[in-house]
Ligand binder design. Sequence first.
Ligand code: SF4
Length: 211
Amino acid sequence: MENEKFSLPNYNIPEDLETIVAITTLDRLYNWGRRSSVWPLMFGLACCAIEMIAAQASRYDMSRFGMEVMRPTPRQADMMLVSGTVTKKMLPAIIRLYNQMPEPKYVVAMGACASSGGPFKEGYNVVAGIDKFLPVDVYIPGCPPTPQALIAGLIKLQEKIDRQSIKKVRWYDRKKEDANYVPMPILGPDLIDVRRNAEIKQAAAAKESAS
Ligand code: SF4
């Protein structure tokens, strides 16, 4: 970041020191560090992942945003890029990976499937959006979104990070114990198990007749 963007306005820095001195806030310094090295977790779920891979290649080059280091381990990743269809079978693995990521951590829903189920919405095996389970920071529309759209979404994420304050972000909330832990979804109570459709319909009919 250039010095004039880094320094907050209203600080009078002598002209001869302008190129070497910056006065800023802790928030701004902290956000600058995070927004410039958001390392994505390396995993893809479906066709959207191909566009994500294209965005990492030389033509689009996500390294311009400090996002070129895709980590194969959640322990070293800052951002979960959910690129593709989230199936009920895959969901527990995704939640487990999210829980294993250290804070601060962000989630980007790439494409119609990750945002809402997309063309498979209401499908027997598909979750209608990862935001039903994880706190999504940025949604990227499209089926699939182009690499340019992905980059636009990642810039939005950087802008969101720029506006955060170290005092308010949920990772440092001492009052809550493990505020970021997401319970593992269970087929049945959390996710509709189609094998139990007859039982579910029967219970719904009984509830309706009783009301
Ligand atoms: S949004 Fe479209 S391109 Fe992306 S995973 Fe779903 S079907 Fe494939």
